[in-house]
Structures are given as structure tokens and as C-alpha cells.
Design a protein around this ligand. Structure first.
Ligand code: ATP
Ligand code: MG
Length: 314
């Protein structure tokens, strides 16, 4: 593709990337209200349109090439905007090539397996984009903030030692490295919403009747653990932003800006893969031309007066 948009997209998302090996303090290092200074909402929405068009083109190539897959992990606190981001960013993409999986409280069957099992079952195939709406990162976030979740996982005593979180970070990094080595790019997006913006969005869910169905009292109760989550997110971002699967922290207080950033991160990954339509060899090309000639020689209604000639009809 043209070098220029690719470079511009890379420069646009660079400040969002968590440098592998750096120590993150979410509240200090990332501003949920940030937006590129010169960008207006109108321009941002137009740019998202251009981004989704690029995405659709690259996704078609990804599917045709059938060699690489992409896994997008989307994390956010409640009302962070995961659903809207998926809806807007993927709007122009062929639904056949995209698989969205949402992860909730684990079922009894899921708790009967190792903690990565349910995520591994939903991985995309080659040629596909898989989106994890919440992901294996819940295993070092909600499970860490509410340790009773760990008890439900029935781990043997040796697996519950002090170092359980460090061990999970290492295992997750190793798993993603394995996926990336085998042709599956892992894209990790954290929609970083501020506590005040979350409060406003909850209020809106109460005040606007069409949004009432989205309101959950338990989400509001979960706000009490805000600082614990900020700490868990900071440690998770520090430990699992890697060369092969870096984290992008997206300022999410402005929905339109968050969607643009998420689209740009995904497009950047696809541009990096540079998927190509398969080309055919000389023999196959000759075969295609032979068939073409046969098709051309066949009778076509558009070449006649529109009615079969007497010699054709009996
Ligand atoms: P929405 O509210 O927009 O429908 P959601 O992702 O918040 O989307 P919910 O059904 O409201 O979906 O919540 C899912 C819940 O499952 C979250 O509170 C999350 O913390 C919890 N959850 C996800 N993974 C795990 C896990 N491994 N262990 C325990 N709880 C988990
Ligand atoms: Mg919810």
C-alpha cells in the first residue's frame, strides 16, 4: 500500500503503545481525556470512515491469503465502551471473517479446566479476525481484585503460591509469543475511561429509557474497587506489554476518539502483516483463459434479440 497513510497511522498510535519493559502507573501516565490537539470530532469521524475502509480491504486479503490470523483483546472497566468500539470499528468488514467472543463469569464446565482453556477454544482461525470482548486478562484483573474467583478455580496448593500473578503474567506472555510465532498476531487494547466519565455514563443509563437495559447495579458496586482495578491494570500493563504483543492504552472519555484509535491500532497490525491475494501460476492462468474462451463461445441472451432462436428451442 501507499507508504504515507501507513506511516501516519504508525505515528498516530505510537503515544498509545506501552513500551515493553516499562513500569506503568495508569493514573499518572495515561490521561483518559487525551485527544490529538488539532483533531475535531467531525474530522475524527471522517478519519474513522477512512480507517474502516482500509480495514475492510485488508481483511478481505487476510481471508483470501488464509495464512495469518489476528486476535484483538479488548479490555475496559464497565461502561468503557467495548461494545460501541466493536460495532463502529468493524462496521465495514465482512462478518464471515470476524468472530466476536464475550467472556463472562466462567461456567462450571470452564472452571473444570485450566484457566486459559476457554480462551484457547475461541481463538480465530487463519484468515480470521477474532475479537475477545474481555479476554484472558480477566484472569489477572477481576480474579485478582476478587480473590474468591481464584478459590472457585480449584487450583492445587502449589499453583496458588504467592507468585500466582507473576506466574500468570509469564504464562500469558509465553502463550501469546507462541501464537505470534505461529502466524496469529495479538492486538491488545485497553479502553481507559476516567472515574468521572464512568459516573456520567452510568447516570445516562438511568436517565435515558433506551439505555435502561444496559444499567446494572452490580457495575456501580464494582466502582468501590476502582483503585484496586487501577493497580491491577497498571501491573498487568507493565508485565505483559511485549515486543510480540504490545498493549495500547486508549483514552476513552471521548467515544469518537477511542473508536478512531482502536481502528488505527487494528489497521496498523493488518498493514504490518501486509496480506496479499494469492496469485496463480502460468498453468492455472492458461486453464482460466481456456475456460474463459469456452464461456465466451456459449450462447448468451444479451447477444441475441432476447428470444431463443428456432434452432435452439425445440
Ligand atoms: P456488557 O455489560 O456491556 O454486556 P460485560 O462484558 O460487562 O458487557 P457482563 O455480563 O455485564 O458483561 O459482565 C461480565 C462479568 O464477568 C464482568 O463483571 C467480569 O468481571 C466477569 N468476568 C469475566 N471473566 C471472569 C473471570 N475469569 N472470572 C470471574 N469473573 C469474570
Ligand atoms: Mg457489564
Amino acid at each position: 500500500m501507499d507508504e504515507k497513510p501507513a506511516k501516519r497511522i504508525a505515528a498516530f498510535i505510537e503515544p498509545l503503545r506501552v513500551e515493553p519493559g516499562s513500569r506503568v502507573d495508569l493514573a499518572k501516565d495515561f490521561d483518559a481525556r487525551y485527544k490529538a490537539r488539532s483533531l475535531t470530532k467531525k474530522h475524527g469521524v471522517e478519519l474513522l470512515g477512512a480507517t474502516t475502509a482500509l480495514l475492510a480491504d485488508h481483511q478481505a486479503r487476510l481471508a483470501a491469503q488464509d495464512t495469518y490470523g489476528v486476535l484483538v483483546c479488548l479490555q475496559a472497566l464497565d461502561a468503557g465502551g467495548k461494545d460501541g468500539t466493536i460495532r463502529h470499528v468493524m462496521s465495514g468488514v465482512n462478518p464471515q471473517g470476524v468472530k466476536v467472543s464475550s467472556f463472562k463469569v466462567p461456567s462450571a464446565e470452564e472452571l473444570g479446566h485450566d484457566y486459559l482453556w476457554r480462551y484457547a477454544r475461541r481463538l480465530p482461525a487463519r484468515g480470521e479476525i477474532g475479537i475477545f470482548n474481555r479476554s484472558h486478562y480477566e484472569e489477572v484483573l477481576v480474579v485478582r481484585v476478587h480473590p474468591e474467583n481464584l478459590d472457585r478455580q480449584r487450583l492445587p496448593p502449589s499453583a496458588k503460591a504467592e507468585s500466582v500473578w507473576d506466574r500468570r503474567f509469564r504464562e500469558i506472555n509465553d502463550w501469546e509469543h507462541y501464537l505470534s510465532d505461529n502466524g496469529f498476531k495479538v492486538v491488545k487494547i485497553f479502553l481507559n475511561v476516567s472515574k468521572e466519565e464512568q459516573r456520567k455514563r452510568f447516570l445516562k443509563r438511568i436517565d435515558v429509557p433506551e439505555k435502561n437495559w444496559k444499567f446494572s447495579a452490580s457495575d456501580v458496586r464494582e466502582r468501590r474497587y476502582w483503585d484496586d482495578y487501577q493497580r491491577a491494570f497498571s501491573e498487568m500493563l507493565s508485565a505483559t506489554s511485549t515486543r510480540w504483543a504490545p498493549w495500547y492504552v486508549i483514552p476513552a472519555d471521548r467515544k469518537w476518539f477511542a473508536r478512531l484509535c482502536a481502528g488505527a491500532v487494528l489497521v496498523h497490525t493488518l498493514i504490518d502483516i501486509a496480506p496479499q491475494y494469492p496469485t496463480v501460476g502460468a498453468r492455472k492462468r492458461k486453464e482460466l483463459l481456456d475456460v474463459r474462451r469456452q464461456l465466451e463461445d456459449e450462447w448468451s441472451p444479451s447477444l441475441s434479440s432476447g428470444r431463443p432462436s428456432p434452432s435452439v428451442s425445440s
